[in-house]
Write a protein that binds this ligand. Structure first.
Ligand SMILES: Nc1ncnc2c1ncn2[C@@H]1O[C@H](COP(=O)(O)OP(=O)(O)OP(=O)(O)O)[C@@H](O)[C@H]1O
Ligand SMILES: O=P(O)(O)OC[C@H]1O[C@H](OP(=O)(O)OP(=O)(O)O)[C@H](O)[C@@H]1O
Ligand SMILES: O=C(O)c1cccnc1
Ligand SMILES: [Mg+2]
Length: 564
C-alpha cells in the first residue's frame, strides 16, 4: 500500500485553507503512473542542477474527434485531485531506483522524497466547456522536473475523458433533447477504469443515467436498467410462480391470483376486434417471465419483448401484464426492443399501444415508453430519425464507451517557456508546430451571441476588449486573418491550482453542474459548427504580436540548409 498522503489546497490569497481535496477516483493513479522517461528526464535535470528552473507547459489537442468541429473538455477534476495529493511514497522511490541505472546518485532520491506540487500552478478551461484544437486546455507552470512528471498522468486523465464526453454529447445531439439516453457500456468498456470513466463522462456529456451501479454510487449518477433475455428464457411456464398474490397500488385490495388476471387480459386482447388478427398464440413461457417480473416490480414494470417474436408475442404479452397491473392501479413503464428493425418495430408497437388504449379505455397507454438498444451509434440514431420512429429512450453501450469511431483524442503536453524564455517545437507537419510563450486565451462572442473565435495572446499583451477591434490571425497561415469587434469577451484559462502565487483557486463543481455547463455550452454554439455532415470549422487564432513572435522564433530555431 502507498503511504497515506493528504494534501491541502491553497485557499484564497494563498492562505492554506485546510480544505482537503480527495485523491484521484482510481487509486491506480499514483506518481508511478507515468512513463519511465519522465523520471529519466527528471534525473538529468537534477544532475544538471536545472530541476528547479521554472517551466510552462501547455496541454492541448490538435484535431477534433469523430470528424466534428468541437470537443468537450473533461478530466480536469481528476488532474487536480492528482496534484493535490502528489507525494512519492517510500516504496515507490525504491521501485524508481530499480528502474534507473545504478549510477544514478542517491541525492536524486532524496529530492524525489520531498517533491510535491505546492509550487506548481495550473490554469485550465473549466471542465465541461466546448473546446477547440491548439487552444491550451491546461497551462501548467512549475519546477521543470516536477511538471515533467505530470505529463503522462495529465494526458492520460484528460484524453479518454474528453473523447468519451464528446462522444456522448454527439450521441445526445443526434438523439435530440427529448430522448432518454441510458449508458449500458460497462460490459464492453476497456476494463474497469474504462467502464467507470465512461459512465461518469457520458453523464457529463448529456446521458441521463447509467446501468453501472458502482458509478452510480461513486458519482451520484442516476442508475437505471431493464432485464436481459436470460430472465425471459429462464421461465418455462407460469407454474414456476409460487407467490401469485399482488396488492393493489393503494393497498385497498389484494388480487390473490395475479397470474390468472394476466391470462384473462391476454384473452381479452386476443378476442378484441381492433387487435384481432395481429397475433395468435403468444409464447407462454415469456408471459410467465413478464408476469413474474411484474409481481416483483409492480411499480417499475418494463419488459424486454424481443426474445421470441416482438409483434406476435412480446408486445401482446407485455400488454396483458400491463393491463392486469392497470386494473390494480399500477402503471407499467414500457418495453425494450433489442434486435431487428428498431424504427419499424417501434412504430408497430406504438400503434398497438394506442389500439389498446382505445379498446380498453386506458388513459395514456398509447404513450407507453419504448426503449431501444442493440449496437446503436450516431449513424443508427441518425438513420432512425430519418426513417421516423417511436423510440423514447435509447440504451447505448459498445460504440459509445469504446469510442469505436475514434480510439484517442491525441492530447499533447508541450513546453512553451522556460526561465521566461519562449520555446517552440518545430515539425515538418505545420499542424504539429507548437505555439510558444506563456499565453492567455479568450473566446470572443459576436452580435448574435455565438462564440466567433478563440484567440491566444502573449501573457503581457493587453486583453481583447468589448467593442474594440482586434486583428485575429491564423497561427500558421499568413493570409488567414480577420478583424473582430467582440460583443462579449471570456477569458478561458482560470486558476485551479495556484501554487504559491496567492491567487484564488476555482472550485471544482459537482458532476451534475459540469453536465449542465456542457449542455449550456453546446447550446451556445452556432449550429453550422455542430452539424454532423461537413461542419464549419471554428476559428482558432493568435494576436498579431504573437503571430509575429511565433514566426520570428520559428526562423530563429530552424537550421538553414546547405546546398552544394
Ligand atoms: N431501422 C433501422 N435503421 C438502421 N439501422 C438499424 C435499424 N434498426 C436497427 N438498426 C441497427 O442495425 C443493426 C442490426 O444488427 P444485427 O443484424 O446484428 O442485429 P439483429 O439481428 O437485429 O439482432 P441480434 O443479432 O442482436 O439478435 C444494429 O446495429 C441496429 O442498431
Ligand atoms: O449493444 P450495445 O450498444 O453494446 O448495448 C448493450 C447491449 O448489451 C446487452 O446485450 P448483449 O450485447 O450483452 O447481448 P445481445 O446483443 O446478444 O443481446 C443489451 O441487450 C444491449 O444489446
Ligand atoms: O439494463 C439493461 O437493460 C442493460 C444493461 C446493460 C446492458 N444492456 C442492457
Ligand atoms: Mg448486443
Amino acid at each position: 500500500m502507498r503511504d497515506e498522503v493528504k494534501a491541502t489546497a491553497n485557499g484564497p490569497n494563498g492562505d492554506l485553507s485546510g480544505r482537503v481535496i480527495d485523491g484521484p477516483t482510481n487509486p491506480m493513479v499514483t506518481p508511478l503512473l507515468t512513463d519511465l522517461y519522465q523520471f529519466t528526464m527528471a534525473y538529468a535535470y537534477w544532475k544538471a542542477g536545472k530541476h528547479q528552473e521554472r517551466a510552462v507547459f501547455d496541454l492541448y489537442f490538435r484535431k477534433n474527434p469523430f470528424g466534428g468541429e468541437y470537443t468537450i473538455f473533461a478530466g480536469l477534476e481528476e488532474c487536480i485531485r492528482f496534484i493535490a495529493n502528489f507525494k512519492i511514497a517510500e516504496e515507490e522511490i525504491s521501485f524508481i531506483k530499480q528502474c534507473l541505472p545504478p549510477s544514478c546518485e542517491d541525492g536524486f532520491y532524496d529530492y524525489l522524497r520531498e517533491v510535491n506540487c505546492s509550487d506548481v500552478e495550473v490554469y485550465a478551461i473549466p471542465e465541461g466547456s466546448v473546446v477547440f484544437p491548439k487552444v491550451p486546455l491546461l497551462r501548467v507552470e512549475g519546477p521543470i522536473a516536477v511538471v515533467q512528471l505530470l505529463e503522462t498522468p495529465f494526458v492520460n486523465l484528460i484524453n479518454y475523458a474528453s473523447l468519451v464526453t464528446t462522444n456522448a454529447a454527439r450521441h445526445r445531439f443526434v438523439a435530440g433533447r427529448s430522448k432518454v439516453l441510458l449508458e449500458f457500456g460497462l460490459r464492453r468498456a476497456q476494463g474497469p477504469d474504462g467502464g467507470i470513466g465512461a459512465s461518469k463522462y457520458c453523464y457529463m456529456g448529456g446521458f441521463d443515467a447509467t446501468s453501472n451501479v458502482a458509478a452510480g454510487k461513486l458519482f451520484g449518477i442516476p442508475v437505471r436498467g431493464t432485464h436481459s433475455h436470460a430472465f425471459v428464457s429462464s421461465y418455462m411456464s407460469v407454474d414456476e410462480i409460487a407467490e401469485k398474490s399482488l396488492r393493489s397500488s393503494d393497498g385497498s385490495t389484494t388480487c390473490e391470483d395475479f397470474v390468472s388476471l394476466v391470462q384473462s387480459w391476454l384473452g381479452k386482447i386476443q378476442r378484441s376486434k381492433s387487435l384481432h388478427g395481429i397475433f395468435g398464440e403468444t409464447n407462454l413461457s415469456e408471459l410467465a417471465a413478464f408476469t413474474s417480473y411484474a409481481l416483483a416490480f409492480p411499480t417499475n414494470f418494463l419488459a424486454l419483448v424481443d426474445t421470441y417474436d416482438v409483434m406476435r408475442s412480446g408486445i401482446p404479452n407485455f400488454c396483458a401484464v400491463a393491463l392486469a397491473l392497470h386494473s390494480l392501479g399500477y402503471k407499467a413503464i414500457g418495453i425494450r426492443l433489442d434486435s431487428g428493425d428498431l424504427a419499424y418495430q417501434s412504430c408497430e408497437a406504438r400503434k398497438f399501444f394506442y389500439s389498446v388504449e382505445n379498446e380498453f379505455g386506458v388513459p395514456d397507454f398509447g404513450k407507453t415508453t419504448i426503449t431501444a438498444s442493440n449496437d446503436l451509434n450516431e449513424e443508427t440514431l441518425d438513420a432512425l430519425n430519418k426513417q421516423g420512429h417511436e423510440v423514447n429512450a435509447y440504451g447505448i453501450g459498445t460504440y459509445l464507451v469504446t469510442c469505436y469511431a475514434q480510439a484517442a483524442l491525441g492530447c499533447v503536453f508541450k513546453l512553451v517557456e522556460i526561465n521566461n524564455q519562449p520555446r517552440i517545437k518545430l515539425s515538418e507537419d505545420v499542424s504539429k508546430v507548437s505555439i510558444p510563450c506563456k499565453k492567455r486565451s479568450y473566446r470572443l462572442y459576436g452580435k448574435e451571441g455565438y462564440p466567433l473565435l478563440d484567440i491566444m495572446i502573449g501573457e503581457y499583451e493587453p486583453p481583447p476588449k468589448v467593442g474594440e477591434r482586434i486583428l485575429c490571425r491564423h497561427p500558421f497561415s499568413e493570409s488567414k486573418r480577420a478583424n473582430v469587434v467582440p460583443q462579449h469577451v471570456e477569458e478561458l484559462l482560470k486558476c485551479y491550482w495556484p501554487g504559491l502565487s496567492g491567487k484564488r483557486r476555482e472550485e471544482l463543481p459537482p458532476l451534475k453542474a459540469l453536465r449542465e455547463r456542457c449542455m449550456e455550452q453546446l447550446g451556445q454554439m452556432r449550429p453550422d459548427h455542430m452539424r454532423r455532415l461537413n461542419p464549419t470549422p471554428y476559428k482558432v487564432s493568435v494576436s498579431a504580436k504573437l503571430y509575429d513572435f511565433i514566426h520570428f522564433l520559428w526562423l530563429n530555431e530552424a537550421p538553414v540548409g546547405e546546398l552544394e
